[in-house]
Design a protein around this ligand. Structure first.
Ligand code: PLP
Length: 394
């Protein structure tokens, strides 16, 4: 084992711009008892796996050489963070993550720029969301800046795994498990936070094909007072059944509806945007408000902030129902509809199957205008082609 603290830059210079995204309004203190990146213990792998061919790589199937693990116990608190060779975990069979889904995750990416530097996109927003999910899951608090620093060090160690490409990236999957070794339904007395890395190819490697959606109120993704606004594993495991029913109906993903008025909430595991002329004839980009059933996507937030800065059309967080959409389609008021998320950035919608009727959404058989512009502006920031404090050097 080798302690490589000296390798790190100081915390201030290490994370330029990160202070900007730190939320101080949610009452969570960063001065909590936490692990510290300065205590990192690094054990390098003796072997190096071959890098995969990114052209036909299936998402999340290949992992890098190392992982980050940090253990917590109610008695001993946070232990030192470890970067060590990627490998299996050893868990007690009663572990609360396995029985009661005391579990959460995050999804973010590292991008390689033209100067061969590696970048993260607004990582503190992922940490803030992870801290909120942890609170909801009764998992212990941690210092969000310290976790970003640990992740930066992990990506530095595995930096060869960040693809040399302006469309591929290294997917980063922070995971947090309750590892309580007993069957009581209670706050875990043990927990394990770990981070794994997986190289991913371009999301649209087979070309930009608009997605088709199955819209039905038979299954509900999230509900008020539930956990739909947190990235907790149970939300996703429970959605797989509906996803396969969508495929049975000849559609690719589920358009999740909510309530008797069939509010449009999310697309698969993406946030949803409608670009249209609204009921008052105003050109508007609309997405549902964060009222507890919407996952607060970082891409969603970035799209809202970018388009509000442009100031070219109305940007609104508002309710949208299937009746609103159907009426707007009849009156030719719909310009574009797309999903947003870290994996794809934006993904245009071409068709919605709803109550036995195919609703066709304008999409120019590929990327419509606004989706294209957002895709370009966001990826230019992510890959360092545009200077922005949203992009943080590793
Ligand atoms: C992760 C996720 C999103 C997108 O969030 P990003 O931070 O933009 O990647 C949207 N909806 C759901 C349900 C998600 O899990």
């Amino acid at each position: 084992m080798l302690n490589m603290n000296r390798m790190s830059k100081s915390a201030e210079t290490a994370c330029p711009g990160s202070g900007k995204d730190v939320s101080t309004s949610n009452g969570m203190e960063d001065s909590v008892h936490s692990f510290k990146a300065a205590d990192l213990v690094i054990e390098l792998s003796q072997t190096h796996k071959a890098k995969p061919d990114l052209t036909n790589l299936v998402f999340g199937t290949v992992f890098s050489d190392h992982m980050l693990t940090i253990e917590w116990t109610s008695i001993g608190g946070w232990q030192k963070p470890h970067i060590k060779p990627f490998g299996n975990l050893s868990l007690h069979p009663a572990c609360s993550a396995m029985h009661y889904a005391v579990q959460l995750f995050e999804g973010m990416k590292a991008y390689r720029d033209a100067d061969d530097k590696v970048r993260l996109f607004r990582p503190m927003l992922n940490m803030n969301r992870m801290a909120k999910s942890a609170e909801r899951a009764c998992l212990p608090a941690f210092d969000r800046a310290e976790l970003v620093e640990c992740i930066r060090r992990l990506v530095q160690v595995d930096r060869e795994w960040v693809p040399q490409s302006d469309s591929a990236s290294l997917y980063i999957r922070p995971t947090f498990l309750g590892t309580e070794p007993s069957l009581g339904v209670k706050k875990p007395s043990r927990a394990l936070l770990y981070v794994i890395l997986s190289p991913v190819g371009s999301y649209f490697s087979t070309g930009a094909k608009p997605v088709s959606l199955w819209a039905d109120s038979k299954y509900i993704r999230a509900w008020r007072g539930g956990t739909g606004d947190c990235k907790m594993g149970g939300n996703y495991g429970a959605s797989i059944y509906a996803q396969y029913e969508a495929v049975d109906y000849g559609c690719q993903q589920v358009l999740w509806l909510y309530g008797d008025d069939h509010q449009i909430t999310e697309v698969g595991t993406m946030n949803m945007f409608l670009f249209w002329n609204n009921e008052n004839g105003e050109e508007e980009l609309a997405t549902p408000p964060l009222d507890g059933i919407i996952l607060p996507g970082i891409t969603r937030q970035s799209i809202l902030e970018l388009t509000r800065k442009w100031g070219e059309f109305k940007v609104c967080e508002r309710y949208l129902t299937m009746a609103d959409l159907r009426c707007a389609l009849k009156e030719n008021r719909v310009k574009e509809m797309f999903g947003s998320g870290t994996a794809c950035v934006v993904s245009p919608v071409g068709r919605i199957l709803y109550q036995g009727e195919n609703l066709h959404i304008p999409c120019q058989e590929g990327f419509p205008q606004l989706a294209s512009r957002l895709m370009k502006e966001l990826t230019d920031i992510q890959y360092g082609r545009t200077q922005s404090d949203w992009s943080v050097l590793v």
